[in-house]
Design a protein around this ligand. Structure first.
Ligand code: NAD
Ligand code: UGA
Length: 473
C-alpha cells in the first residue's frame, strides 16, 4: 500500500538504466518509472521498435510496460521533480586527463547529475547510486546535495548493479543478491526500507543485503575485481598449458570441481573485455594508491597486466606462426563484441587484437552478427579510454581504417583469407561449415581460436593449422 505513491526517475538510459528500470516497472505495476537521458537519440530509440541495446528478453519486458508504468523521456528536470526515488545510472568512465588520468573514475557525469537533482528538487528525495563509483562517492554527492538543498531532505543510498550483459534480464529477474547501502541514521534506515520494498516485489528477502554505504560501494568494485581475477588466473595458466601440453579446459574443470573454487567463470579466453572490469579495477587501484596502500594496488594492477599480456600473446602467436609476418595478408576476424549475445564492443579484446594485427600491416575482414561497420571503424580509430568521452573533446575526429573491411557473413569474411581469428564465442561459430571455409582460404590455412569454440582435432582433420588458447599445439 505504501508503495502506491512511489515514483521513480532514473538518470541514464544505458545498458544498466534501461533494463533495470524496465524490470522494476514490470515487477512493480503500482510504481511509475521514468527513465531520462541527455541523449535525445537514445531516448527516441527506447521509444521505438528498435531498442538502443541488444539484450535477450528485453524487447518483451519493454513491450509489456512501456506506456503503462514505464516511460522514456528527455524532460529530465520535470521527472526528477516528480520522483520520490531518483536512480543515477550515468556512465563513470576512466579519466583521460588531469589528476588520476588512465586510472581514476571520471565523475563528471555523476556530479552534473547530482547538481541537477539539487537544482530542481522541490520535495524530499532518495538518491540512489546505481552506477559503479569509487568508495566514498556518496559522501561527495551528499555534500553537493546538502549544500544546495534549500531545506529539502536527501537520503543517499548505494545500490550497485551486478547484471552481466547478454543475460541482463535473467540476472535482474533472479539476482544472486540485491545490495543496498545507506546511512545508519533513522532517516537513512527508513530510506533503505523504502528501496528494499521495491525489490521485495520479486526478490526474496534473504537475497536483499543491507549494509553501510561504504561497504556497498566497495563490494561492487571488489566483486568485479574478484571476477576479473579468476579470468586472469585461468588465462595465466593457459599460457603454461600451451608451453607444457596440458589442456586448460581439463585443468579448469578439475580445479573448478573443488566446491570451494566452483566451476563458473573459468573459461580461458583471448582476454576479458567489457566496459567495466578494466575501468573498475583501475579505479580500485587508484583508490588504494590514494589511501597509501601501494602493495594492494599493485596486486590488483596485475590482473589487468595479465589481461593485456593475454591479448598481446594472442597477436604474437598469430604473427609468429604465420612465418613472422602478416603484412598484406588477409586475416578474417570472427566476432568483435566483447562476449556473445551482445552488440557491445566497449573494451572488447578484439580492438587490441585488431590493432596489433594492423600494426603488422595485416588486412582484416571482420564479421560479427551484432556489430555494425560504423561501430567497428569508430572503435579501431579511437584511442584507449576515449570511447566513453564526448567526441568534441577529442583532438581529431576518427577516420576509417582502410585496412579493415566489415562483412555480414562469416563465409565472406574468410574467403581468400590466410588466417582466421575467433574473438567472440557466438554460438553460430560452433556450427559453421569449416570444410567450406577451408576450401576458400589460402593455404596453409591457419585458425586461431581465442574462445575455444571449435574442436581443434576436427579442424586439423580438415587440413587447418590450429591454435587454441591453452590447448596442446
Ligand atoms: P551507458 O553509457 O550505457 O549509459 C549511461 C547513460 O547515461 C548514457 O546514455 C548517457 O547519455 C547518460 N547520461 C550521462 N550523464 C547524464 C545526465 N547528467 N543526465 C541524464 N543522463 C545522463 O553506461 P552503462 O553501461 O549503463 O553503465 C552505467 C553505470 O553502471 C556505470 O557506472 C557502470 O560501471 C555501471 N554498470 C554497468 C554494467 C554493464 O553491464 N554495462 C553493469 C553493472 C554496473
Ligand atoms: C561483468 C560482471 O559479470 C557483472 O556482474 C557486472 O555487473 C558487470 O561486469 C559490470 O559491472 O559491468 P559483463 O562485463 O557484462 O559483466 O560480462 P561478463 O560475463 O562478466 O564478461 C566479461 C568479460 O570476461 C567478457 O569479455 C567475457 O568473454 C570474459 N570472460 C568471462 C572470460 O574470458 N572467461 C570467463 O570464464 C568469463
Amino acid at each position: 500500500q505504501k508503495l502506491k505513491m512511489v515514483k521513480i526517475c532514473c538518470l541514464g538510459a544505458g545498458y544498466v538504466g534501461g533494463p533495470t528500470m524496465a524490470v522494476i516497472a514490470l515487477k512493480c505495476p503500482s510504481v511509475e518509472v521514468v527513465v531520462v537521458d541527455i541523449s535525445v537519440a537514445r531516448i527516441a530509440a527506447w521509444n521505438s521498435d528498435q531498442l538502443p541495446i541488444y539484450e535477450p528478453g528485453l524487447d518483451d519486458v519493454v513491450k509489456q510496460c512501456r506506456g503503462r508504468n514505464l516511460f522514456f523521456s528527455t524532460e529530465i528536470e520535470k521527472h526528477i521533480g516528480q520522483a520520490d526515488i531518483v536512480f543515477v545510472s550515468v556512465n563513470t568512465p576512466t579519466k583521460t586527463r588531469g589528476l588520476g588520468a588512465g586510472k581514476a573514475a571520471d565523475l563528471t557525469y555523476w556530479e552534473s547529475a547530482a547538481r541537477m537533482i539539487a537544482d530542481v528538487a522541490k520535495s524530499d528525495k532518495i538518491v540512489v547510486e546505481k552506477s559503479t563509483v569509487p568508495v566514498k562517492t556518496a559522501e561527495a554527492i551528499e555534500k553537493i546535495l546538502i549544500h544546495n538543498s534549500r531545506g529539502i531532505n536527501f537520503q543517499i543510498l548505494s545500490n550497485p548493479e551486478f547484471l552481466a550483459e547478454g543475460t541482463a534480464i535473467q540476472d535482474l529477474f533472479n539476482p544472486d543478491r540485491v545490495l543496498i547501502g545507506g546511512r545508519e541514521t533513522p532517516e537513512g534506515k527508513k530510506a533503505v526500507q523504502v528501496l528494499k520494498q521495491v525489490y521485495a516485489n520479486w526478490v526474496s528477502e534473504d537475497r536483499i543485503i543491507t549494509t553501510n554505504l561504504w561497504s556497498a560501494e566497495l563490494s561492487k568494485l571488489a566483486a568485479n575485481a574478484f571476477l576479473a581475477q579468476r579470468i586472469s588466473s585461468v588465462n595465466a595458466i593457459s599460457a603454461l598449458c600451451e608451453a607444457t601440453g596440458a589442456d586448460v579446459a581439463e585443468v579448469a574443470y578439475s580445479v573448478g570441481k573443488d566446491t570451494r573454487i566452483g566451476p563458473k567463470f573459468l573459461s580461458a579466453s583471448v582476454g576479458f573485455g567489457g566496459s567495466c572490469f578494466q575501468k573498475d579495477i583501475l579505479s580500485l587501484v587508484y583508490i588504494c594508491e590514494c589511501n597509501g596502500l601501494p602493495e594492494v594496488a599493485s596486486y590488483w594492477k596485475d590482473v589487468i597486466k595479465v589481461n593485456d599480456y593475454q591479448k598481446s600473446r594472442f597477436v604474437n602467436r598469430v604473427v609468429s606462426s604465420m612465418f613472422n609476418t602478416v603484412s598484406e595478408k588477409k586475416i578474417a576476424v570472427l566476432g568483435f563484441a566483447f562476449k556473445k549475445d551482445t552488440g557491445d564492443t566497449r573494451e572488447t579484446p578484439a580492438i587490441d587484437v585488431c590493432k596489433g594485427l594492423l600494426g603488422d600491416k595485416a588486412k582484416i575482414s571482420i564479421y560479427d552478427p551484432q556489430v555494425s561497420e560504423e561501430q567497428i571503424q569508430r572503435d579501431l580509430a579511437l584511442k584507449k579510454f576515449d570511447w566513453d568521452h564526448p567526441v568534441h573533446l577529442q583532438p581529431t575526429s576518427p577516420t576509417a581504417v582502410k585496412q579493415v573491411t566489415v562483412t555480414w557473413d562469416a563465409y565472406e569474411a574468410t574467403k581468400g583469407a590466410h588466417g582466421v581469428c575467433i574473438l567472440t564465442e557466438w554460438d553460430e561459430f560452433r556450427k559453421l561449415d569449416y570444410v567450406k571455409i577451408y576450401e576458400n582460404m589460402q593455404k596453409p590455412a591457419f585458425i586461431f581460436d581465442g574462445r575455444n569454440v571449435i574442436d581443434p582435432q576436427k579442424l586439423r582433420e580438415i587440413g587447418f593449422i590450429v591454435f587454441s588458447i591453452g590447448k596442446p599445439l
